[in-house]
Each structure stands twice: as C-alpha cells, then as structure tokens.
Ligand binder design. Structure first.
Ligand SMILES: NC(=O)c1ccc[n+]([C@@H]2O[C@H](COP(=O)([O-])OP(=O)(O)OC[C@H]3O[C@@H](n4cnc5c(N)ncnc54)[C@H](OP(=O)(O)O)[C@@H]3O)[C@@H](O)[C@H]2O)c1
Length: 392
C-alpha cells in the first residue's frame, strides 16, 4: 500500500486471535496503517505492552482496572509511554479515540458498548465482534450510517465481496435470490445427536479448519456461531431469514455465496485465514497485496457441500426463530449461550445441554423492543441468571 493511504486504526481486543492477526496485517503494511490505540481485557498485559511499544500507540486500555499497575510496569519495561486507561470506561475512551477505523475484536456481549461508542464517534467500524450487532440490533442499526460497518467475519466479508458482483450500479437487493452462508460443520460434523453426549471441552476446542479464540471455537462446535452469523447476515444485508441459507462445506475454502435471481451463484474462495477479511475491512475498498495466501491452482482440490443436520444441531433454527422475533430475543439467545458455554468449560454442563438450555431460556423470555442499552443489558443479565439456574 502507498504512504498516502496511511490509515490510523484502533484495535480493541488486541491480545486475542483477531487482534493479533490485525496487528500482523498492520506490521506487514507499515506504509498503509498506523495504530492509534489498543484495548484488551487485562489478562495478558505483557503482550499488550509489547504491542503498544512495537506500534508506538497513543493510548492503551484494559477493562480490568486492577491490571493497570501491571500494565504500567510492563509498558515501562518495554520503553512505551502511551496514555493508560483502566476499566470499561477506559476501553470506551479508546473506542472513541481519534482515528480512521476501529476494529472491534472483543469477544462476546461485552463488546456492545465499544461498538456503540465507536459508531457514535463517527468512526468506521471493522466489526469482528458480531455479538454487539446481534444483541444491540435496533440500537446499532439506528446509529450506523450506510457503509460505516465493515464485516470482519469471513462469511460476511465473503457475502460483501460477492455483492460487489451484483451489477454495474452496485448492490441491488432485488437481484439477490439468497445468501448462502457456509459452515465448516465443526469437529462433530456428521455425528448424530446421541453421539455427542460425552463431548468434552478439549474435544469441542479442536476445530478442524480454523484457529480462533475459545468462545467462537466452542460456538462453532455447537453451531451457535452459525446461528449468530445468520442473524448477523440479516442485520448487515437487510434480507429476510427465508433468503439466508446455510450449507456445510468442510474445507472452509468457499466462505459464502450469493445466489442471484437469474440462477447465477457468486462465491468467494480463499484458504481459511482471517488476515484476508481483516485486511479487506481495514483497507476497504482497496485490497492489501499479499494479505493472505491464495489457493494453489496447480494442485487438485475437492470441495464438498452438504445440508445442515438441524436435528443434531438445532442452534441455527433457534437463531432464525430469535432473529425473526427481534427485540431482546437475540440478546437472550446470545447471553444464555455465553453462560452455558462457561458452565460447559467448567465441566458443570454437558455439551448437548448448552443449546437445550438456551432454547428453554429463549422460550421463557418475554420479548421487548430493545430500544435502549439498559433494556438490552437487562435482558442479557436475566438470560444469564436463568441459564445458570436451569444448568444446576
Ligand atoms: N478468532 C477468529 O478467527 C474469529 C473469526 C470471526 C469472528 N470472530 C469474532 O471476533 C471476536 C473476537 O474473537 P477472538 O477469537 O479473537 O477472541 P479471543 O481470542 O478470546 O480474544 C478476545 C480479546 O478481547 C479482549 N477482551 C476481553 N474482555 C474485554 C473487555 N471487557 N474489553 C476489552 N477487551 C476485552 C481479550 O483481552 P485479554 O487477552 O486481556 O483477555 C482479547 O484481546 C468474537 O466476537 C468472535 O466471534 C473471531
């Protein structure tokens, strides 16, 4: 990339899987980007301090205010002197920091405030934290101007790229028949429900094609992640749930497709590597040369597609249901799942009980419109508490 395109970026969740890969993209393109600020939870202060020193950032925040002294010590050891902020307010301050782009790579519902703050500050938002869009749907959509949110999720980046083929005048929703979101199927693809009764966290964390943070990896094993992505696609591309299909594609090369009304299907293909969608979001609308390895067309490849087994994996149908209900329903689905996932990781809940419990919490919930952050957070808190009660 050329010097004149230098973009300043704030990376939230910089110590995680998405955050570290985003910084890889920046490091590989010093003439394209500079890093203005970083934020993380506070669990890995030495890594955060090293990142701050390497990129010469202006501000660093940790959500856990108790981690600030250790962060300051680590920054001093690495010779970095940025502004240091602590607590959720500190993370919010970095989310609103003066820059061109904010990448939200925080995991889970905790990312909502940062998404809202970055949008309110007028920043372009490269969105990996799908949960914030899903749970804050109406709030996020009200704030976001057209084009202000750029998807980082590989499937939605793929859809976006396929939609660029919509026609010479740009995206024409009437020419789109349906979106086809691909799913690797996770580590338990092909298993019947009863065969997953004794799944352990170690087994669920062994994803066949992607290396990701623990939450999204377990969500890929239950296919809750695919359910969240269906809602994300509905919100990003304004298409009804009846026009969003899911297909299992174990090789994770086709990242999603758009089927047009004339029978043509456009697919985006690349080896599984998040640096490609991250780079594309950060440099939009330009492409970053060499962002990721391309497919080797001199070798033979076999790509397969199979329908999703909704009996073994009911999470996607449940997501369609909550997405269709709207309001606080998606926040309840996500929060109940996050609570159940924690219980599963602690060995307190069987694998199959994750989605079963989420379904019970969703069924009990009285949906309200999600008109304010307080309303969303109240639904989120209720769902977590109810999921924990039902898990005992
Ligand atoms: N990983 C992927 O390949 C991938 C692909 C598509 C979409 N996504 C989405 O991207 C998001 C991040 O996933 P990930 O896999 O990168 O997660 P991850 O590896 O667990 O990283 C999470 C990051 O968030 C930070 N964090 C935690 N709580 C925070 C808070 N309250 N405020 C600020 N930062 C906080 C963590 O900091 P500490 O290190 O201090 O804990 C860490 O830097 C998720 O929404 C996921 O669904 C990920």
């Amino acid at each position: 990339m050329q010097e004149e395109t230098l973009r300043s970026v704030v990376v939230l969740g910089s110590t995680g899987s998405i955050g570290t890969q985003a910084l890889d993209v920046v490091a590989a393109n010093p003439g394209g980007f500079k890093v203005a600020g970083l934020a993380a939870g506070g669990g890995r202060v030495d890594l955060l301090a090293r990142q701050a020193a390497a990129f010469g950032v202006e501000a660093v925040a940790v959500a856990d205010a108790a981690a600030v002294p250790a962060l300051k010590e680590a920054l001093a050891a690495h010779g970095a002197k940025p502004t240091v902020l602590g607590g959720p307010e500190g993370v919010a301050e970095v989310a609103a920091w003066q820059c061109d782009m904010v990448l939200n790579g925080i995991t889970g519902a905790l990312g909502l405030t940062s998404t809202l703050v970055a949008l309110e500050a007028g920043r372009t938002l490269a969105l990996a934290n799908k949960e914030s869009l899903i749970i804050g749907g109406p709030l996020v959509k009200r704030l976001a101007k057209p084009g202000q949110i750029l998807p980082v999720d590989s499937e939605h980046s793929a859809v976006q790229q396929c939609l660029w083929a919509s026609g010479p005048d740009g995206y024409d929703p009437d020419s789109v028949k349906q979106l086809v979101i691909t799913a690797s199927g996770g580590p338990f693809r092909g298993m019947k429900r009863e065969e997953m009764a004794d799944v352990t966290p170690e087994m669920a964390l062994a994803h066949p094609t992607w290396s990701m943070g623990p939450v999204i990896t377990i969500n890929s094993a239950t296919l809750v992640n695919k359910g969240l992505e269906v809602i994300e696609a509905h919100l990003l591309f304004d298409l009804g749930f009846d026009r969003i299909e899911v297909v299992v594609h174990p090789q994770s090369i086709i990242h999603s497709m758009v089927e047009y009304v004339d029978g043509s299907t456009v697919a985006q293909a690349s080896p599984p590597d998040m640096r490609l969608p991250i780079a594309l979001a950060l440099s939009h609308p330009r492409r970053v040369p060499g962002a990721a390895r391309a497919i080797d067309w001199t070798k033979a490849h076999t790509w397969t597609f199979e329908p999703l087994d909704d009996v073994a994996f009911p999470s996607v149908a449940l997501a369609r249901h909550v997405g269709g209900e709207g309001g606080t329903a998606p926040a309840v689905y996500n929060a109940a799942n996050e609570a159940c996932l924690d219980a599963f990781m602690r060995g307190e809940l069987p694998f199959l009980a994750i989605v079963d419990t989420v379904a019970k919490v969703v069924e009990e919930h009285q949906v309200t419109p999600a008109g304010s952050v307080e309303e969303v957070l109240a639904a989120d808190a209720w769902a977590r508490a109810r999921a924990i009660e039902l898990s005992r």
